[in-house]
Design a binder for this molecule. Sequence first.
Ligand SMILES: C[S@@+](CC[C@H](N)C(=O)[O-])C[C@H]1O[C@@H](n2cnc3c(N)ncnc32)[C@H](O)[C@@H]1O
Length: 250
Amino acid sequence: MISVVFACIACLCWLIALTVMLPLTLIVTASKSFRSLFFSCVYSRLGEPFFKTHLDVARKKVFQLLKDNLKNKFEPLEVLEIGVGPGPNLQFYPDNCFLTVLDKNAGFESYFFKNLKKNSHISYQRSVIQPAEKMLDIDDESFDVVISTYLHCSTQDSSAVLQEVKRVLKPGGKYLFLDHVGFPQRDIGLYIQKFIGPLWTWYSDGCILHKDIATTIKEAGFSDVTCERLTFMNFTMYLLRHQIVGIATK
Ligand SMILES: C[S@@+](CC[C@H](N)C(=O)[O-])C[C@H]1O[C@@H](n2cnc3c(N)ncnc32)[C@H](O)[C@@H]1O
């Protein structure tokens, strides 16, 4: 039933995007810089707050995994968060983190710094505007932990990102990840994700709903990878129903 409703919603979205919203659809499709600015504003003000209750459940799991996998919970940690966006994870960081953040989209910076002000427990280091595929300003083996949440769905080359994550991690360092993935093969949900896909990608600055990132992480050459699947059965989370959360060791 829920699939039928979402198939209808997807048709309606296409109809709206190609009629009343056509000028905006054309601009987000054609102009990369407008698309990035538009996405940073819409995601920070509407998208993330709309899904917050559910996404926070998954975010908490990431930081629980971090806690569970540290030898010494009180030791200072050099942490790099890639694809930080408006910083919705800040509230979950433990007190002993020295945090550097990276994002390719400078449009998120004002939202991030506003959020940072509300999280005084964070020892903020610096912000880097660069693609995670080529983190030129980040030194080799300089971080104990790298974190990404809902990043790989929109990266152009996730394998390159993962090679960069390994480069900047200290030996034995941990990579924590969380992302939404596709419905299982032949599930009607996968067809709906693919049908709404182009619209979602244009309006979400490159995000692909059904990317299979678990396999890419497992094949990236980490010494150990633990990956768990999460399923959200809520109506509003339908397109983001299937997610993965996990930890990899360099
Ligand atoms: C869906 S948002 C997620 C933001 C935040 N991490 C969260 O959990 O809500 C994706 C973020 O990843 C960033 N991003 C996408 N591709 C990237 C890349 N190749 N390098 C760096 N950042 C990237 C986007 O600019 C955006 O901030």
